[in-house]
Design a protein around this ligand. Sequence first.
Ligand code: ZN
Length: 313
Amino acid sequence: MEKQKIKLIVTIDTEADNQWHEGDLSLNNIKHLPRFQALCEKYGMKPTYLLSHEVAASNLVDDLKDWQDKNLAEIGAHLHPWTTPPYEENHDYKIHSYPHELDDNQLLIKLKNLTDIISQKFNKLPVSFRAGRWGFDERVAKHLKSLGYKVDCSVTPKINWQKTIGDPQKNGGPDFRFHSVYPHTFEGITEIPMTILFTGIFKKENTRLAKLFLSLPESFIKKVLNKLFFRQRWLRIFDSSSAKDWKLIYKSAVKNNLPVMEFMIHSSELMVGGSPYSKTEQQLENIYTQLEEMFKYFKSKNTKNCFLKDLIR
Ligand SMILES: [Zn+2]
């Protein structure tokens, strides 16, 4: 019997130039998206752009709308609470709350405003979602469902964000260490987790050893064990990424019978000066070289390229 092809999802958090801004938003990176889209089309990738409120509300969405209308891209939503109205009276732009830290009223009204602006601009209700800073939990999922969302991609398996503070009055980010790497249904919506796999000698998911490793507190010992045995890798591009990373991730996906791999990048990484990952022309060109090598490699493996919305269960 022919082996099932692995599906490949390309997601882009589409947001302001410097997401850690303190009041002034610039959106120059959005004008650079056609280069990325062209590369996706060259390799038959089906990108899902997850739009923050400031992007959806801007006058820069013509290209995105055009790609959506030609079925060359999907438009989803990405909630940054600190750039989505309504704002609290004493709104402090320096505080970057996670969505799951908002109270029910704030969360629902911000989600609704984001959904409304996207539906208006794109003539279509978005069905795919990612939380800003991966701030996702059951409550966020329930609100998403009530607004008609079908797919979420805010989970980062193996990662504990508790030490990364959002609202200083709250308890930090979610702990996803033991969250499944496989697509599943969560609170009535389809969850497609970010692909973060072990690529070392111990590749297998859900073994007792893997669980033990994940339960360790962040420490020197954990770093050493990771380097020697586990080699945890994200399907993302970093300065240190190289062609062998895509092979290792693919190998691990096959070994674990993973039906879907999910890649992510920020739109701001696709412009010089837009993000810490692309400060110079050379860094930007490096990102594009890596993207092309990755797309080429996955194409050679016959991945089935899909939008997030294609994975609704
Ligand atoms: Zn974001």
